[in-house]
Design a protein around this ligand. Structure first.
Ligand code: C5J
Length: 221
């Protein structure tokens, strides 16, 4: 069985059940004027992982392995947006408000779409999710089952919010989860580091972590 050199120990995998999940690489999180920036964040931090994530994506595509993308977004009528989520904090624009890339985090608006550099290709699944985790109120679990996936490599943003939440949900459902450490990012570098440590601690209590090169080497082998 092929093996990815990972932390806290090697990640053996069966290619027939391995897939890549790219979380929320959306314009609203990665480009100026979007939701991330309305919350006071510096989006340039997130943009640093775009080339690495593109390489990881290319590796999975070249190996013929499934890729699933997620987008955090809501229905135009906001019926799937709990008031507690819309009203919390002091963003300069709230979810659903008109912004420079359309309504903030609303399905179908330019800002809610995936950045052009990592855009899905034909045959790749895109899951729209109203929560931080990809399993909540979506078909994500059914899609994984339908594709026969058992082991998941994770990339995307932000490490400690939507990526970690989805990894925890997947881990509880019996999936082996591995985080690509240089294809994930946070607006808070210390939170990214802490999330990686939380995931891999206690004998991979949530999952594994490895850099993109180690993942690609194992896919090539
Ligand atoms: C956040 C996400 N941070 N995709 N969403 O609100 O992590």
């Amino acid at each position: 069985m092929p093996v990815i050199k990972a932390d806290p120990f090697d990640f053996p995998f069966d290619p027939s059940g391995l897939g890549l999940v790219v979380i929320d690489m959306q314009r609203d999180f990665c480009e100026p004027g979007g939701f991330g920036e309305t919350l006071g964040n510096d989006v340039s931090l997130l943009r640093q992982i775009i080339p690495t994530t593109a390489r990881l994506l290319a590796g999975f595509r070249a190996a013929g392995l499934p890729v699933i993308h997620t987008r955090e977004c809501h229905r135009p009528d906001l019926s799937d947006l709990p008031p507690a989520k819309r009203d919390r904090g002091q963003p300069s624009l709230r979810i659903g408000d008109p912004g420079p890339m359309g309504r903030i985090l609303i399905a179908g608006e330019p800002g809610a779409d995936i950045i052009p550099e990592l855009y899905p290709i034909a045959g790749e699944t895109v899951i729209d999710k109203p929560g931080k985790g990809a399993f909540h109120a979506t078909s994500f679990g059914a899609v994984l089952a339908d594709k026969g996936l058992k082991q998941l490599v994770f990339a995307g943003v932000t490490t400690e919010v939507c990526v970690q939440t989805t990894m925890r949900e997947a881990n509880d459902r019996g999936y082996d989860c591995l985080l690509a450490t240089d294809a994930t990012e946070s607006y808070f570098p210390a939170f990214k580091q802490a999330a990686i440590e939380m995931i891999t601690a206690q004998g991979a209590i949530v999952g594994w972590a490895a850099p993109t090169d180690a993942i690609l080497q194992a896919l090539d082998a």
